[in-house]
Design a protein around this ligand. Structure first.
Ligand SMILES: Nc1ncnc2c1ncn2[C@@H]1O[C@H](COP(=O)(O)OP(=O)(O)OP(=O)(O)O)[C@@H](O)[C@H]1O
Length: 279
């Protein structure tokens, strides 16, 4: 059924839907790559494509052929270049269709209300407080819903009950487990010395070290929260969903962790990959 006619163009409902869906998809891709190196590559590729169109329209045959070759292998090249972003995009789709997190699902099949998160926060926050005052560096990941097996496997398995004493001894100056990250799921310390993905977001201050980039990185690809304690400054920082809360107090840490871990319906940010520094 025709909606409107512009000259020889007969526009139908399905065309409008097509354009709207394409605009929505491009908008999502824009937010996904915004602030990353990928956005510049994408822009560069777009400019080459525009140049190709102009060359073709003007009739520059040699240039058109050359650029045509470049663009024909472009799809494959884009998949290789954007593999991180495509992975992140599919993860977001996977997460947003996660039934357990869906508001609709929660409304009808709400599990019995619990007032405390599965992970005991007091020993974690107390350990962070001690580490902060003693300038002991540390990186702790607290799981929410996502499976962190892949990252647990990069470290040394522990499977011990969460306790302040154990967290402090892992982070201690002479501990062989102090490098890398500690991963906590529910009330268990699952592993130490784990390697986390480093955030590639170029909006993060260049002075930010690898411990803090790793804290942001893990929260960009999973729904876990990550705490970094700086060895240099003793500051406590928290990363959630790619957002970075720098230099927070132990009370703020506990409050933010509590809110985040208890909020099962909290939707993931749309502009995944964009980190903000909340100093
Ligand atoms: N990808 C990673 N995964 C897990 N841990 C990491 C990773 N990168 C660095 N770390 C840990 O962070 C420690 C300190 O790294 P770096 O000095 O670059 O970080 P930083 O952010 O400047 O932290 P600090 O303020 O404590 O110096 C490393 O010794 C290592 O234990």
């Amino acid at each position: 059924m025709s909606v409107m006619k512009i000259g020889f163009l007969d526009i139908e409902w399905v065309d409008l839907l097509d354009v709207l869906l394409l605009a929505f998809l491009l908008y999502q891709i824009y937010f996904l790559v915004k602030g990353t190196i990928a956005s510049r590559i994408f822009l560069g590729y777009l400019l080459i494509y525009l140049l190709y169109l102009v060359a073709k329209a003007v009739g520059l045959e040699l240039l058109t052929t050359l650029l045509g070759y470049f663009i024909s292998v472009g799809a494959l090249a884009l998949i290789i270049i954007f593999q991180q972003e495509i992975r992140r995009f599919l993860l977001i789709i996977g997460k947003s269709t996660n039934l357990a997190n869906s508001r609709f699902f929660m409304r009808w099949f709400r599990p019995p209300t619990v007032s405390e998160p599965a992970t005991p926060l007091k020993p974690i926050v107390d350990a962070c407080k001690s580490m902060s005052s003693e300038f002991t560096g540390g990186l702790m990941v607290v799981s929410k819903n996502d499976d962190l097996d892949k990252f647990v496997q990069t470290g040394d398995s522990l499977d011990a009950l969460v306790s302040k004493r154990l967290l402090l001894s892992i982070a201690g100056q002479y501990s062989p487990l102090r490098d890398g990250a500690v991963i906590i799921t529910d009330d268990r310390i699952r592993a130490a010395r784990c390697i986390l993905p480093i955030s590639e977001n170029d909006e993060i201050l260049t002075s930010t070290g690898f411990r803090h980039r790793a804290a942001i990185g893990i929260t960009e690809v999973t729904d876990a929260a990550a705490i970094a304690i700086s060895e240099e400054t003793g500051r406590i920082s928290l990363a959630i969903d790619g957002e970075f809360y720098a230099n927070i107090s132990s009370a703020e840490l506990e409050e933010k962790l509590q809110d985040y871990l208890m909020d099962a319906s909290k939707p993931r940010r749309r502009d995944n990959g964009k980190s903000n520094n909340h100093a």
